[in-house]
Structures are given as C-alpha cells and as structure tokens.
Ligand binder design. Structure first.
Ligand code: SAH
Length: 478
C-alpha cells in the first residue's frame, strides 16, 4: 500500500496553515468544516482570509514563518507559493514528528489530502498517491454523481438509532439484513423527499417486526433524447440501483452502457414485438412480476417518461397493483431538439406559446380538425409525425397557417447523427420525402424554426441557406 488512509478527528484541535492565499483559503474552509481550530501564519493575507480572521473563525498571525508556531499544532499544512519555504516548514514538522501536507507537492508531503465526496457522516476519500490528482478528481466526480445526497441523512439517522437497532437485532446476521433493508427500502425514499419524520417512523416500525423482505419498486425513468450527457443525475443513480431494466427502443446504447453491469436489461421495444396493445400489456406484467419478487425495476423510456410515452398508463397499472414507484423526469425530445438545433422554442418577438402535440391519435379519437385555431406566434412541436406529414400539412393550412410558415424536422436529435432539415409548411412533406427523413424525428412548426438556420450549432443541416419563402421571411425579420 502506497499510503495509509486515515480519518482524523480535528474537532477543537489546532491545525497550522502557513500561507494565506486562495489555495490556503480552500484548505482553511475544509479544516473549519471539520471543526478544527485553525491558526494561519503568513506575511500577508488574501482579503478572504482576513475576513475569516475578523469574523473570529481563525487566528491570523501576520509574520514570517516561525517554527515555534508548530508547537501547538496537531497537523501542519504548507500552502505558500515558495517551495524553499514549504520545504523548511516540512522539515520543521518532521523534526517534531508532525504530519505535514504541502499543497500539490506529494514529494514534500508526509500526509496528503484526498479528493472527497462528503455525505456526512459518510465521507469517501480518494487518493492517487499524488501520482495523478486529476484522475482522483475525475473519480470523485463520478462517485459524487453516484451517491444519493440523502445518504448522509440516512447515515445520521442510523447513527442515532444505533443502540435501538442493536437491541432489536442482537444477532449480527439479522442486524445486517436490517441495514440492507434500510439502504434499499422506504426510509431512504422518505429522506429523499425531505420527510425525516416519515423516515424515522418507518424505521421504528420495522424495528418492532421481522425485517421486511426488501420491497420491490419501479422507477419510471426518462433516459433523455440520446446524448448520455442529458441523463439526469437521479436517472444515473437509478440505473446503478437497478436489478432489472425494461428499456424502450428509443433509449440510446450510450445511456444503457451507464447501467449497473449485473443488471438484467430487457429491451421491451424489440424483445416483445407483436401488436402494440399486446406489448404494453406485457410490459405492465413484467414490471409487476419483477417488483413483486423484491427487485428494483427501472422502466427506462426515451425523453421524458410522461410525455407521449404511455408512462401515465404504466403508473396507473402499478397503482392498481399496489407497487411502489417513483418517477424521474427526462429531457423530452422537444426541448433537446430545440436546444441542439439552435431553435429557441419561445422567443419574445416570434413565439409566445409552445404546444407539444402528437401526430398520432388513438384509433377511436376524433379525426376532426386540430383543437383550437393555430395562429402565428405559436410554436408547435409534433412527436411521431414523420409518416403523417401530408395530413399535418393539410390540417395546419386548413387552420389558417400560412404556407410560408417556417418548419424544421429534427432527426436523431442530440445524437451524433443528428440532422436538421428546414422547410416551409408548404414544402414540409415533400422535403421530408426528398431527404428521406426517418424516425425518430420531430416536426417543429412556427416562426422560431427560421432562427435555427442561423443558430444551428450541432449535427448536419439541410436547406439552412436555401432561397425559399423562409429566407424571405428571415429577411423580413431582420
Ligand atoms: N417520451 C419521449 C417521446 C416518445 S414518442 C420524449 O419525451 O421525448 C416518440 C417520438 O418522440 C418519436 O417518434 C419522435 O418524434 C420523438 N423523438 C424521441 N427522441 C427523439 C430524438 N432523439 N430526436 C428526434 N425525435 C425524437
């Protein structure tokens, strides 16, 4: 082992920091949060450090380094930008058998400060032994995103209940099962929802009975439009918690690659095939049966799970069957396509409202004209519309929208193969055929889409510079 990891209790103990610049200030902040008594020595101090001294949080000695400062210290941190001085401090510490950390100088340090993930009272420390602090920092970021912020509160609760847990579960094995239940069960969920009383009540109640079998649950998670960077942190955590993942066809492989290695992934889009209603019924059955076996089921859907994804029906089914669930929103295709195609969905001058619509309807739904009259100043985004463009065009024209209304089709939004095809309402259907626009693609209708011709920044564009009525329209805007 290159370095011996050690967690020190600095509460009320004196730590000497030599140097009072911004680098020192970051260490001072950390030391104070651990309850240390901080003495800072330097010939001059950054205003931020001075402010701490004025507030009485630290003791500041404005003088040249004096080895006698070490006498009262348990630990020394050298944070000056003078390597010779740092070496003198390290030597003086070594002579007194005090550990000394020289900031960003592994060679001179007898103790190193790790990268930290703070879920107090849980602390995760990462060290590269000074070989590659950048790697440690990157690991820290990754770990930071994996652990629920509520974990700290859970650990604090467990700490308070430690005796009670020990009394109620004197046997190690039973105690371990109880802690497992604590990590997976409703207590953490309640803490995440900021309901500490509910969490404590659930814990107390469980203590009085046999530890409940881990209750299965379903997390309905939005995977976003494809770019894995657009997954939420909560979504990422869900993927790391999952025992089973029921993924839609629209979920990108890059997002699935982030899931826990030993999670069972079922591609319900492909695996189930068959008629639509049938597929949906089987998805419902799969969710319920896996959850009933105590598993954490992640139902992963493209975009947002409650926007044109039948997520609502899935929740209703779970509710009817008494299965616990949570919903993690995702970035829906309209928002992602707007952002990645440089199309502002609303704009002070050009669009005051935004409608998300589907070009598909349930078979029994009325085929009458669009609800309400479509006028200028509205952005309309149509999901699942590629095949129905001729009908969409007819409807919008019949509703009084001008044939020259700017439109855009965004295919594979946010993915490496994104393509944005510009058109007008009049040419919408024929342009899509000409350029063979394929699903998944989104249809955007409204004045703002013309702005994408200038603002596009990602993927390919088609017709961005074409001389069409839309170009005239842009001229008129200018
Ligand atoms: N729940 C999803 C939508 C599911 S409906 C969401 O919130 O985004 C499926 C339709 O969404 C597709 O037919 C297509 O119109 C649109 N869509 C989904 N992902 C897309 C993407 N990356 N680029 C363009 N359109 C997309």
């Amino acid at each position: 082992m290159h370095l011996f990891p050690l967690f020190t209790d600095l509460k009320g103990r004196t730590v000497l920091v030599v140097g009072a610049g911004l680098v020192a200030d970051r260490k001072i902040h950390l030391l104070l949060s651990a309850g240390a008594r901080v003495v800072v020595g330097a010939h001059a101090a950054h205003p931020q450090v001075q402010a701490r001294a004025q507030a009485g949080d630290i003791e500041l000695r404005l003088a040249p380094f004096d080895p006698a400062w070490l006498d009262e210290a348990w630990l020394v941190i050298a944070a000056t930008n003078d390597r010779t001085l740092n070496r003198r401090i390290a030597d003086a510490a070594a002579a007194r058998r005090l550990f000394c950390n020289v900031v960003d100088d592994a060679e001179l340090s007898s103790a190193q400060v790790p990268a930290i993930v703070d879920r107090s009272p849980i602390t995760i420390a990462i060290s590269s032994g000074g070989s590659a602090p950048v790697i440690a920092r990157r690991l820290r970021e990754r770990i930071e995103s994996l652990f629920d912020p509520a974990l700290g509160a859970l650990a604090a609760l467990a700490q308070r209940k430690r005796l009670a847990i020990r009394q109620a579960r004197p046997e190690l094995r039973a105690r371990r099962d109880f802690y497992d239940w604590l990590m997976d069960g409703p207590v953490l969920g309640a803490l995440r929802r900021s309901r500490p009383d509910e969490a404590e009540a659930a814990l107390d109640q469980a203590l009085g009975h046999n530890t409940p079998a881990p209750a299965g649950k379903v997390l309905l998670v939005g995977a976003g439009p494809g770019d894995p960077g657009l997954l939420t942190l909560r979504g990422l955590r869900a993927l790391n918690e999952a025992d089973v993942i029921l993924a839609d066809r629209l979920v990108s492989p890059e997002v699935l690659a982030l899931a826990r290695r030993d999670a069972q992934v079922i591609d319900v889009g492909k695996a189930l095939g068959g008629p639509h209603e049938d597929t949906q019924a089987r998805i419902h059955a799969l969710m319920v049966s896996h959850a009933r076996q105590g598993r954490c089921v992640v139902r992963l859907k493209g975009g947002d799970p409650l926007v044109f994804g039948r997520g609502g029906e899935e929740l209703q089914h779970l509710k009817r069957h008494g299965i616990a669930y949570e919903v993690v929103p995702g970035i829906t295709a309209a928002l992602a396509c707007g952002a990645y195609a440089g199309i502002p969905l609303t704009h002070r001058d050009h669009a005051q409202s935004l409608t998300l619509a589907t070009a598909h309807r349930r078979a029994e739904a009325t085929q009458a004209s669009e609800d309400g009259v479509t006028t200028d100043g509205q952005t309309r985004v149509y999901y699942m519309g590629v095949k129905r463009l001729p009908v969409l065009r007819e409807q919008l024209l019949a509703d009084g929208r001008a044939p020259s209304t700017p439109c855009a089709l965004v295919e594979n939004g946010s993915r490496a193969n994104q393509r944005t095809v510009f058109a007008t309402l009049d040419t919408l259907a024929s342009t899509a055929v000409e350029h063979q626009v394929q699903s998944p693609a989104l249809v955007l209708v409204g004045e703002v889409t013309a702005l994408g011709r200038e603002l596009a920044w990602f993927g390919q564009t088609v017709n961005a510079g074409a001389t069409t009525p839309t170009a005239d329209y842009l001229q008129a805007l200018a």
